[in-house]
Design a protein around this ligand. Structure first.
Ligand code: SF4
Ligand code: SF4
Length: 277
């Protein structure tokens, strides 16, 4: 794929060179593909599942790239009478340094590091406007005269372009497996998109087993499992009174975030604004 085919919204041209400060390897929920999550768990790391959902009453217009991005990475479901789409994100969760970060700031799994680590600080979501002030990189990483990262709203580096395309494709291809995974693990709650995430933290061995089973079924069938919106009866979780009331008004199953806990405490609510890699 030629360089420059991935648009990255940016008001200005951007120069960049990584200083290897490793600030981007701390305090994260790092999005993972299914294979990456299997590898992360096999190495003894912790993996969570973040769920968000949005009402989906009609298909959005083609020019709405933000909605198209959400559609591509979500599956159809329902909450009461309300048609919704659910996004399930596998994340490696850690406070402080990444378990793979070495004392010399090098990545201990460099050759196998997740896609998002290879893409950072570029943006995967095409609707997010690139802003270097939102990145962990120090100011010297953005000094004028360093190698070009963005020119005229397009990424310059061909390798990063290819990785972003691969990340978006993998995200879309894994949607049926994520739906299967949610069913297998009894996951049936999602936060309202743009408000937060419902965070599931199943036991590592159970999650690993479910991920491997989903991966094996997909390989054996060599086709995507069928999705049936009627199979999923989801609860939408919010920490806003008005949102829960609005859900009830349209016949959806809403739930306050402060009641979003099971006796086993297997999930919680993460308001937007917390770190999500
Ligand atoms: S996997 Fe490697 S590159 Fe990614 S956050 Fe951990 S140490 Fe950093
Ligand atoms: S925070 Fe930026 S400059 Fe520092 S290691 Fe990560 S990508 Fe490089």
């Amino acid at each position: 794929m030629p360089a420059g085919t991935v648009t990255m919204m940016s008001a200005t041209d951007v120069d960049f060179a990584c200083t290897q400060c490793a600030k981007c390897c701390h305090d994260l929920r790092l999005p993972l593909t299914i294979d990456e999550a299997i590898e992360w768990l096999a190495r003894g790391g912790a993996v969570e599942i973040l769920c968000e959902a949005m009402p989906w009453l009609a298909e959005p217009p083609k020019h709405d790239i933000g909605a198209a991005h959400k559609r591509r990475r979500s599956f159809a479901a329902s909450s009461g009478e309300l048609p919704i789409r659910v996004i399930a994100i596998l994340t490696a969760a850690f406070a402080g340094p990444c378990p793979n970060l070495q004392n010399d700031n090098r990545c201990g799994i460099y050759a196998e590091r997740p896609l998002v680590c290879r893409i950072y600080p570029a943006e995967i979501n095409p609707s997010v406007v690139f802003d270097s002030s939102h990145k962990a990189c120090p100011s010297e990483a953005w000094a004028t005269g360093l190698p070009p990262l963005v020119r005229a709203g397009r990424l310059v580096d061909a390798r990063t372009v290819e990785l972003i395309e691969r990340s978006r494709e993998t995200d879309a291809n894994e949607v049926p497996l994520k739906a299967q995974l949610c069913r297998a693990l009894g996951i049936d709650r999602a936060a309202i998109s743009n408000e937060g995430f419902v965070v599931y933290s199943p036991p590592a061995d159970r999650l690993l087993e479910a991920l491997q089973a989903a991966r094996q079924r997909a390989s054996a069938a060599s086709v995507s499992p069928r999705l049936d919106a009627s199979e999923s009866r989801w609860r939408l979780v919010s920490n806003r009174t008005a949102s829960v009331a609005a859900l009830a008004a349209v016949g959806a199953q809403g739930e306050f975030a402060d009641t979003a806990s099971t006796p086993s405490g297997s999930f919680g609510y993460l308001p937007l604004g917390d770190s999500t890699g």
